[in-house]
Write a protein that binds this ligand. Structure first.
Ligand code: MG
Length: 262
C-alpha cells in the first residue's frame, strides 16, 4: 500500500516560502529590484524612504594602493567636457565645483565594472526646492546615474532624491547630511553585458553606500537612467567614461577614485 502524503503541510511550506523569500535582499530577486514594477517613473505617490542620520562627515578617505585616482584635489587633468575639451569646472582647496552652464564633465579614460568612491557637498545657503536644490549626478559609464541632490529636508519624487538610481530606484533610506557638509558615495557597479549581436546578456547592477549606509543592494537596472523615461538597454562598449553632471548648481566634489573589478 502506497503511503499517503498529505498535501496540507506541503502547501503550507510553499506558502511560507512565497511570503518569506522576498524578505531576503540577497535572494534571487531583492525587494528593491522588483519595486520599480509597481511605480510609474517619478511617481509622486511613491513612498519616501525613512530618514537615517549618518555620523559626522570625516576627512577624505585615502585611496587604497590599487585605486585609480581620478581627482585628488589638484587639477582636472583626468577630465574633459562632452566635446573632449579641457573641463572648465573650478578647482579650489581640495575640491572641484560645478561652474553652471559649462556642461557635464567626464573622465578621459573609460571604465566598466568598478568600485567607485566619490565625495560631494551640496551648496550653502540651500536655494530652490525639489530637483532645483543641489542637483548633480554621478553617471557610471555616462549612462547610469546615481543622483546627487540636496535631500536634507527637501522633498522630491522618491526615484529622484539623493542616492536614487535615477528614475528607477529610490534609496533604501535617506542618509543625506546637511548642505555644506561633505558626503560620500561608495558604489559597486557591474556593467551590463551584451553578446556579439548586441543582445543583453546581463543587466547592470549597483550596490551603493551613502555616508557609509547601504542604500542599494545589488539593484538590477532596467536600462540607462533618464528623465521621465526608462529606455531599454542598447549595446555599448565594455568601458566608457565616468560622467559628472552640470545641473546648474555649484555642487562640489572631492577625492574621487575607483578600483576596476573586471
Ligand atoms: Mg542629477
Amino acid at each position: 500500500m502506497k503511503p499517503r502524503i498529505s498535501l496540507i503541510p506541503i502547501s503550507l511550506f510553499i506558502c511560507t516560502l512565497w511570503v518569506l523569500l522576498p524578505a531576503f535582499p540577497g535572494g534571487l530577486c531583492s525587494n528593491q529590484q522588483k519595486a520599480h514594477d509597481k511605480w510609474a517613473i517619478h511617481d509622486p505617490n511613491r513612498p519616501l524612504p525613512p530618514v537615517v542620520i549618518p555620523g559626522p562627515s570625516l576627512p577624505p578617505v585615502p585611496p587604497p594602493s590599487d585605486a585609480i585616482v581620478l581627482f585628488d584635489g589638484k587639477n582636472l587633468f583626468n577630465w574633459v567636457d562632452s566635446k573632449g575639451e579641457p573641463a572648465r569646472w573650478k578647482v579650489e582647496g581640495d575640491y572641484m565645483e560645478v561652474v553652471p552652464k559649462t556642461g557635464n564633465i567626464q573622465t578621459k579614460h573609460g571604465f566598466g565594472s568598478c568600485q567607485l568612491h566619490i565625495e560631494w557637498m551640496a551648496p550653502i545657503p540651500a536655494g530652490g526646492e525639489g530637483q532645483d536644490r543641489g542637483n548633480s549626478g554621478v553617471f557610471l559609464m555616462g549612462l547610469y546615474e546615481v543622483q546627487v541632490l540636496d535631500s536634507f529636508e527637501n522633498k522630491t519624487y522618491a526615484d529622484g532624491m539623493a542616492g536614487a538610481i535615477y528614475g528607477q530606484y529610490p534609496p533604501l533610506v535617506n542618509a543625506c547630511r546637511k548642505p555644506g557638509e561633505w558626503q560620500t558615495y561608495d558604489i559597486v557597479f557591474y556593467a551590463p553585458k551584451f553578446d556579439a549581436e548586441g543582445k543583453l546578456l546581463e543587466p547592470a547592477r549597483m550596490t551603493v553606500f551613502h555616508n557609509g549606509i547601504l542604500i542599494h543592494h545589488n539593484a538590477e537596472l532596467t536600462g540607462p537612467t533618464a528623465h521621465k523615461a526608462r529606455p531599454p538597454y542598447k549595446a555599448h562598449a565594455g568601458k566608457l567614461p565616468l560622467m559628472l553632471q552640470d545641473h546648474s548648481h555649484p555642487v562640489k566634489f572631492r577625492n574621487i577614485w575607483l578600483r576596476e573589478l573586471e
